[in-house]
Design a protein around this ligand. Structure first.
Ligand SMILES: [Zn+2]
Length: 256
């Protein structure tokens, strides 16, 4: 059993749904100390958390939304426990998965300390990834509806709005450790009838918030980029290519 450092956050409320999802994030802030302060702050204001995400003319006492997560994993792999798993932490924001818009009610949120896109996308140290893997093993073991298929990225549930934990996060290492899944690229016979509708169907089947419009609309493109960010990070162009299509089909066969 891994040792957790208790760092209680007051930012939570009651769950309304059984736990069946884990959401991984990066903190996207300067360091662990600032991220932990933000995630446990009962009345955060803009002046306490300056950063590149903030415009220069923002009032220092402008209130920020109260946020939290169940866990934070720092660069050394140390795990902090902020909100008991039984409670609903506030990490997902406006998001949707499998047609359900209240992801917080059913998920466990894990924040991984990393500056993210605002701080030049640093690598995730091996010790930190080991910490995430051991935490996930324990969390997946604790809840009957959780397993390797039920671990998603914040970018999966809020495409277009969120990009974390980002394309540098080593999802394949997690899959190799049995705490996530990873589709292998195999050459497939692909039909050329209506690739957009096929992609929309696969994305929605996996859980992504897309509508079957038959058009390459904004939501579809954003979800496709989210899928690529996680499973084909070498090209995040949001273009429907054969590799993306076969990976989508392969993942669809794995998840349900
Ligand atoms: Zn996030």
């Amino acid at each position: 059993m891994t040792r957790y450092i208790q760092k209680p956050s007051p930012n939570f409320d009651a769950r309304t749904r059984p736990i069946d999802l884990v959401v991984l994030h990066y903190t996207g802030m300067q360091d662990a100390e600032i991220a932990l302060a933000r995630l446990t702050d009962p009345a955060p204001v803009a002046g306490s958390y300056p950063g590149p995400w903030q415009s220069d003319d923002v009032e220092p006492d402008a209130p920020l939304s109260r946020v939290s997560a169940h866990y934070v994993v720092d660069e050394a792999g140390q795990i902090y426990s902020l909100v008991p798993e039984e409670h609903r932490a506030w990490h997902a924001g406006i998001s949707s998965w499998e047609g359900d818009g209240d992801v917080n009610a059913r998920s466990i949120g894990i924040e991984i300390v990393n500056g993210g896109h605002d701080f030049a996308l640093p690598e995730f140290p091996a010790a930190q990834v080991d910490g995430v893997i051991s935490l996930l093993k324990e969390v997946l073991d604790r809840w009957p509806d959780l397993n390797a298929k039920r671990v998603v990225a914040h970018s999966d549930i809020a495409p277009g709005r969120k990009a974390d934990p980002g394309e540098k996060f080593p999802w394949k290492r997690l899959a190799d450790a049995g705490v996530s899944i990873w589709p292998e690229h195999v050459a497939m016979q692909l039909s050329n009838d209506d690739p957009v509708s096929e992609v929309q169907q696969e994305l929605a089947f996996i859980g992504y918030p897309v509508t079957q419009t038959g058009q390459m609309d904004q939501d579809t493109k954003a979800a496709l980029v989210a899928f690529q960010r996680r499973f084909r990070p070498s090209d995040l162009g949001g273009v429907i290519d054969d590799e993306t299509r076969s990976l989508l089909i392969a993942l669809g066969r794995m998840v349900k």
